[in-house]
Ligand binder design. Structure first.
Ligand code: FAD
Length: 554
């Protein structure tokens, strides 16, 4: 028996770690029963078939839940339900545990008589720290373990500059990324390779509820695997020893806790559907048509021009190899059929976004401190203004800047925001309200269903001009002209800002130039601008110049 630990890879298809375990049990190369050699003649065949299988588990870790939000836990539970159903279709089920993985994983492995535990690597600081502690606990209990690269096409150490450094400039990273050969999707395990649900139920009956082997074993010396070393980050607890002591392991077969059980409330936002089947349908639909106009259309929030795959990629409900292979197929088809000449470039533009995801993953991996610190140090530090009322108006979507308010309300209602609008609202918070990007990051982290530490942090530090390859500090979006350019008939704005529905688009886009009386006549319920953009623009330039040690008057 092998135990496979799902974390942010909620799928059975194109799952590198799961496929490796399934392949091993199918070929009889590994697992407790495969180790039977001399006694094989007397082994009960039925038991051997049942035991030579992979048992999947998910662990609700209280340390992770402490940093989660209503929206994200709702979406996680939906993704887990879909994963469980995929296992049930194969006659298996998902083991669901609650506890500290450092104790839970060795305890469950022990109960199942699993001699190996597998998982896919996660690159954030907290995850790496947790994984190092789990590795030590498994080693102490003599249980083999292996970790795989799965979430990205090229792992964070694979692509470096010619001098051997991690990349900090995206365009150079992209050149190498796109030239590298990409792995094919890995096979989906056969039903025979995953543990029968009855066997899982029997095992759960006997799981120790305290004093698990993980707790007894305690931490042992690290084996020097670079992936688990020196992890830091905002959400890292930094306390391995404490992790090994809790000893309580709650396990059920397919029985998912409710939001309330986990200490969360039902979110106002509709987090949308979950699971591999939905993700595949989205990808297929997108690659059928929209991708061929992706570059031209992707910045217009009212148009359905992007894939809306981010939440599925964040929870790993679709594999990145499968996603990339589908884009490569679409590109090949576009080259050979009668589509517009630039169709392949449009597909490549989409692949570039997948590469941004991997670029930010490697930035976070090599610089875990960026979660709380500026990537780019400013000599004198940035003197953020941080006005609580202005920040609160931004969060509520009541700044009096229509495109900003539409974005913030889309976030509240859908736990999602269009990429162009994320850039606009992030620029507005940092360069109009002069508020620290960390306020925005914290709010996005709470509200976005697709919140991904690497991408969210990368996006915020880009907008605040503090990140790798960031927007230069003197490039400050004008929220009115951005709205006019990318939402010319104000369709997106009107969808989320009902106060402006009957208002002419020119009036919407010129809102800041109207007199208070004109505004009151046009849309009495919609707020006046909280700040004057031109004045704030000058203040932002001075703020950044001072931080750079330059004279703001020059
Ligand atoms: C301030 C800010 C915060 C952001 N926070 C997140 C976040 O928490 N999670 C997240 O996945 N994306 C984040 N992004 C990137 C981007 O906005 C979303 O990935 C995108 O809007 C998701 O929509 P989509 O799936 O339709 O994207 P598509 O345009 O269809 O792109 C396909 C995929 O590529 C990836 N991708 C696209 N753009 C980027 C990007 N700029 N950086 C990294 N990956 C990208 C995503 O996985 C996305 O699903 C943020 C951007 C900004 C400016």
């Amino acid at each position: 028996m092998e135990l496979f630990w799902h974390r942010r890879d909620l799928r059975v298809a194109d799952n590198v770690g799961l496929a490796a375990a399934a392949d091993r049990v199918a070929s009889g190369d590994g697992g407790a029963d495969a180790a039977v050699t001399d006694d094989s003649a007397v082994t009960n065949d039925a038991d051997a078939t049942v035991d030579a299988a992979v048992a999947p588990v998910f662990v609700f870790d209280d340390d992770v839940l402490a940093h989660a939000s209503d929206v994200r836990v709702r979406r996680l539970l939906d993704g887990l339900a879909a994963l469980r159903d995929d296992y049930r279709e194969r006659g298996s089920d998902l083991l669901v545990a609650r506890g500290d993985p450092v104790t839970a994983i060795p305890a469950i492995a022990d109960t199942l008589d699993a001699d190996r535990v597998g998982w896919n690597r996660d690159y954030s600081g907290l995850a790496r720290e947790r994984d190092a502690a789990v590795r030590r606990a498994l080693d102490a209990n003599g249980i083999e373990r292996e970790a795989h690269h799965d979430a990205v096409l090229h792992d964070p150490d694979a692509i470096r500059t010619n001098a051997g450094d991690p990349y900090s400039v995206y365009s150079y990273y992209w050149k190498k990324w796109t030239d590298r050969e990409k792995a094919d999707p890995v096979p989906t395990p056969d039903a025979e390779a995953v543990a029968d649900s009855g066997r899982l139920a029997d095992a759960v009956d006997t799981v120790a509820r305290s004093d698990s082997p993980g707790a007894a074993g305690g931490p042992v010396a690290d084996d020097g695997d670079a992936w688990g070393d020196d992890a830091t980050g905002d959400d890292a607890t930094g306390d391995d020893a404490a992790r090994g002591d809790s000893g309580i392991v709650d396990v059920a077969v397919g029985d998912l806790p409710s939001l309330v059980d986990l200490g969360f409330a039902v979110p106002d936002a509709d987090v949308g559907p979950a699971g591999t089947a939905v993700a595949r349908e989205r990808l297929d639909n997108f690659l059928d048509e929209a991708v061929f106009a992706y570059e031209a259309e992707r910045d217009y929030p009212a148009r359905e021009a992007t894939s809306r795959l981010s939440t599925f990629l964040k929870y790993g409900e679709i594999g990145i190899r499968e996603t990339y292979a589908a884009t490569a197929k679409a590109m090949a088809a576009a080259e050979s059929d009668s589509r517009a000449e630039d169709a392949p470039e449009q597909v490549e533009e989409f692949q570039q976004q997948l590469a941004w995801r991997e670029f930010y993953a490697q930035v976070l991996f090599h610089n875990p401190e960026v979660v709380t610190a500026n990537y780019k140090a400013y000599e004198e530090g940035i003197e953020w203004r941080d006005d609580p009322e202005e920040i609160a108006a931004w969060k509520r979507g009541e700044t009096g800047y229509p495109i900003v308010d539409a974005g913030m309300r889309q976030l509240r209602e859908e736990a999602f925001m269009h990429n162009r609008v994320r850039m606009i609202v992030a620029s507005f918070l940092t360069k109009d309200l002069l508020a620290d990007w960390r306020h925005g990051y914290a709010h996005f982290r709470e509200r976005l269903a697709d919140h991904d530490t690497a991408n969210d942090n990368g996006g915020w530090q880009w907008a605040a001009s503090t990140g790798t390859d960031a927007q230069p500090y003197f490039r400050i979006f004008n929220p009115m002209t951005q709205g006019e350019r990318y939402d010319p008939d104000a369709a997106y704005i009107k969808e989320y800002v009902p106060e402006l529905r009957g208002v002419d688009p020119d009036v919407v886009h010129g809102w800041h130039e109207l007199s208070p009386t004109q505004r009151a006549n046009a849309a009495p319920e919609y707020p006046h601008p909280v700040v004057d953009h031109s004045e704030r623009r000058e203040r932002a330039l001075a703020m950044y110049k001072r931080a750079r040690g330059e004279d703001p008057e020059e």
